[in-house]
Design a protein around this ligand. Structure first.
Ligand SMILES: *[C@@H]1O[C@H](CO)[C@@H](O)[C@H](O)[C@H]1NC(C)=O
Length: 235
């Protein structure tokens, strides 16, 4: 190959690589200011919502920002997962209520309380990658995700250990200790990660999916569908 054709093929490849990188690294939009502390006063939020729509929340005058706008104790409080369907309870930071300084910063944090033997069932976050750090766990937390080739990655995490769930991948967390609760702290690279639980997407949509669709999706009978719907709290 001559150096001329080398140049010709190299340039489009570099451009393609740039385009590809800009697609895969896409996260929340960048700010044009240092920060945009959310204005959580009900009147101004309502007034803004009534007149126009935008990403995130309206900001306060930057001159009135305080250190406590950037702090939260929302993740310090344990929640009770014992009465939940799967044995987990999530507290997500919220710029409107618990952490106004996080508005428009492209991140969120979540505290996950897992009951003994509890788990966060298969789910995905369409708008965020996640890094999960186990704060406390007696018997460890089993985590895992499947990629788009259906290759499964699992890992048993002890307290202090962390795991990354790539953006959009279907994943789970399970507390292997059947006697003690576990606590996991997650960081997500979106203010609005979104969460879609697979069992609910298939069996608990509103209105329900046509039964024929669920039967054919899983190669199961109508009785199977109804049994699973009931065990997921449906009628
Ligand atoms: C999650 O925990 C909070 C605080 O303990 C509790 O008020 C709430 O009911 C729990 N959620 C569920 C679905 O049980």
């Amino acid at each position: 190959m001559t150096s001329t054709t080398d140049h010709v093929t190299r340039i489009p490849r570099a451009i393609l690589a740039l385009i590809f990188l800009s697609i895969v690294s896409k996260c929340d939009p960048d700010l044009l200011t240092d920060y945009c502390v959310a204005d959580t006063t009900p009147t101004s939020a309502a007034a803004a919502a009534a007149t126009f729509h935008f990403n995130g929340l309206p900001c306060i005058d930057p001159a009135t920002a305080r250190a406590d706008h950037f702090a939260t104790s929302a993740l310090s409080r344990p929640t009770d997962p014992s009465a939940t369907l799967f044995g987990f309870n999530v507290t997500l930071t919220n710029p409107a209520t618990s952490l106004p300084g996080a508005n428009a910063q492209g991140l969120a944090m979540a505290r996950v309380d897992l009951a003994p033997g509890g788990m966060v069932p298969l789910h995905s976050h369409p708008r965020a990658s996640e890094v999960a750090l186990v704060l406390s766990a007696g018997g460890g937390v089993l985590v895992g995700f499947a990629d788009t080739s259906y290759r499964l990655y699992t890992q048993l995490l002890r307290a202090g250990e962390a795991f990354v769930f790539p953006q959009g991948m279907v994943h789970f967390m399970r507390n292997l200790d059947t006697a003690a609760p576990a606590v996991v702290l997650s960081g997500l690279n979106s203010q609005s990660p979104g969460a879609q639980l697979l069992p609910f997407s298939a069996f608990r949509t509103e209105p329900p999916l046509p039964e024929e669709v669920v039967k054919k999706t899983f190669k199961i009978t109508g009785q199977d569908v109804q049994r699973i719907q009931r065990s997921l709290g449906g009628s």
